[in-house]
Design a protein around this ligand. Structure first.
Ligand SMILES: [Zn+2]
Length: 106
């Protein structure tokens, strides 16, 4: 009893690889078409709740403004182009965000 194996203490634990965020899946062949609107300048403060990985040329952000949420798409190539979905309540935006990530909607 009490046969303690060496725990390897003192061995440096390697650092995890550089962190990647969420990667969106490839769009399905018959994916739902999201209506992307030109962003309208508004005075309300926007908070980014979730975002996809910065390593991709197109980034999607789940944004909150007031009590409503929307998805913002930023294409960085060949030039920066920003589009947004309509603003929805949480229970309506979450399924859309999920479908976007899986490729079921784009
Ligand atoms: Zn990445």
């Amino acid at each position: 009893m009490g046969d303690c194996a060496a725990k390897g203490s003192g061995v440096d634990i390697p650092l995890p690889p550089p962190y990647h965020g969420i990667h969106v899946g490839p769009a399905w062949d018959d994916h739902e078409r999201i209506t992307w609107l030109k962003p309208t300048p508004r005075s309300d403060r926007v908070r980014v709740r979730r975002h996809t990985c910065e390593c991709k040329p197109t980034i999607y952000e789940l944004c909150q403004a007031g009590g409503l949420l929307f998805v913002r798409r930023t294409e960085r190539e060949p030039e920066v182009k920003v589009r947004e979905t309509e603003r929805l309540i949480t229970v309506r935006i979450v399924p859309l965000w999920t479908k976007l990530l899986t490729g079921e909607a784009r």
